[in-house]
Design a protein around this ligand. Structure first.
Ligand SMILES: *Cc1c(COP(=O)(O)O)cnc(C)c1O
Length: 357
């Protein structure tokens, strides 16, 4: 606490991102980055954009990028909002769309940034426990169960569990709450989930958030977007234009457009991650791990005989870093990003050593 801070600053509990180590040669399986780099066409596009035009501000409405996103997901540009990573998009969403008299509702185990935004913007919220097997129970999100929510947000697939809801289940939540905004955070949807983008044409209360950080290998470029009715997008634009007129810089725009256009590279690399995820799951299971079924580029697993924090520490000694959350219900789990096949072989070998197998 400092006497110079605005009073709210002392009340915040900021998000703690996964470690970005300065050491080289670590096997980094802790923050769900893509194991393969971005498409070579992305790098070419960024290089081509590196010229004298950097002296000029970028397009404040990111028309080219919004058009490329609209084409990719099958909506109109007026239904697309872009931001500097989906975390920034989400920040605007919390202020623009989720702050109401009745509390926002989200799962007890979910993306830990949600309560942080609530703290920053003074959004009241209530959490709903996942089932014992870490699934979202759709009925808990229908007004009948616990009265209507002010708004709803959940990731699909959920993080850090990796478990997905079917599109039919997401639609039940959206259709069952016609007077509340339902935000579906689809950071991991390209690794096997079903997107709710198709609901946007029929439902004016659904907002789908996606990112280029995970499935497009561009965590370092910081580009995310939201898709929803023009009414929801307008609300987001009003907040964005009261905060930062130019969130997408010229290089990010060039790289993001090229990434969206290179569908062949996208397909190839996401299928590689999905294939490695199956191998990795089988390998972990043969070491005795319980692995939740994952539709993401990570798995969430626990070992019945070995403490998760100790396992994480033992892996670290072998230069492999994974994510461990000291939160109720999940403190015996490790969240492990799907790496390359070579990295996963080393992970399994390291775990076998630690477990004495
Ligand atoms: C990674 C992640 C994000 C944020 O991604 P950006 O890099 O900010 O685009 C948002 N939601 C969930 C659930 C995530 O896992």
């Amino acid at each position: 606490m400092s006497r110079f801070w605005s009073p709210v600053v002392g009340t915040l509990s900021p998000y703690v991102p996964g470690e970005q180590p300065k050491l080289q040669n670590l096997i980094k399986l802790n923050t769900n980055e893509h194991p393969y780099g971005p498409s070579p066409k992305v790098l070419d596009a960024i290089r081509a954009a590196c010229d004298d035009t950097l002296k000029l501000y970028p397009d404040p409405s990111s028309d080219r990028l919004r058009q490329a996103i609209a084409t990719t997901v099958g909506v109109t540009p007026a239904q697309v909002f872009v931001g500097n990573g989906s975390d920034e998009v989400l920040a605007h969403v919390f202020l623009a769309l989720l702050k109401h008299d009745r509390p926002l509702r989200f799962p007890d185990i979910t993306y830990s940034f949600y309560p942080v935004y609530c703290g920053l913007y003074g959004v009241q919220y209530e959490t709903v426990p996942l089932t014992d097997d870490f699934r979202i129970n759709v009925d808990d999100y229908l007004p009948g169960a616990s009265g209507p929510a002010g708004a709803i947000i959940f990731p699909n697939p959920n993080a850090p569990t990796g478990r997905a809801l079917s599109l039919a289940d997401v639609e039940r939540i959206v259709a069952g709450n016609p007077d509340a905004v339902v935000v579906v955070d689809e950071a991991y949807v390209d690794f096997g989930g079903e997107s709710a983008v198709g609901l946007v044409a029929r439902c004016d209360n659904v907002l789908v958030v996606q990112t280029l950080s995970k499935s497009r290998s561009l965590a370092g470029l910081r580009v995310g977007f939201a898709v929803g009715s023009a009414e929801l997008i307008d609300g987001l634009e009003r907040v964005k234009n009261s905060f930062n007129s130019y969130p997408i810089d010229r290089l990010a725009s060039a790289g993001a457009v090229a990434a969206l256009e290179d569908t062949e590279y996208f397909e190839k690399t996401r299928q590689a991650v999905i294939a490695t995820r199956s191998r990795m799951t089988a390998g972990l299971e043969s070491l005795g791990f319980e692995v939740l079924p994952s539709t993401a580029n990570f798995v969430f697993a626990r070992h019945p005989a070995k403490d998760a924090a100790e396992l994480a520490a033992a892996l670290r000694e072998r230069s492999i870093i994974v994510r461990h959350f000291r939160h109720a219900r999940i403190d015996q789990f490790l969240r492990i990003t799907v790496g390359t096949d070579e990295q996963i072989d080393l992970l399994l070998k390291g775990l076998a050593e630690v477990l004495g197998q």
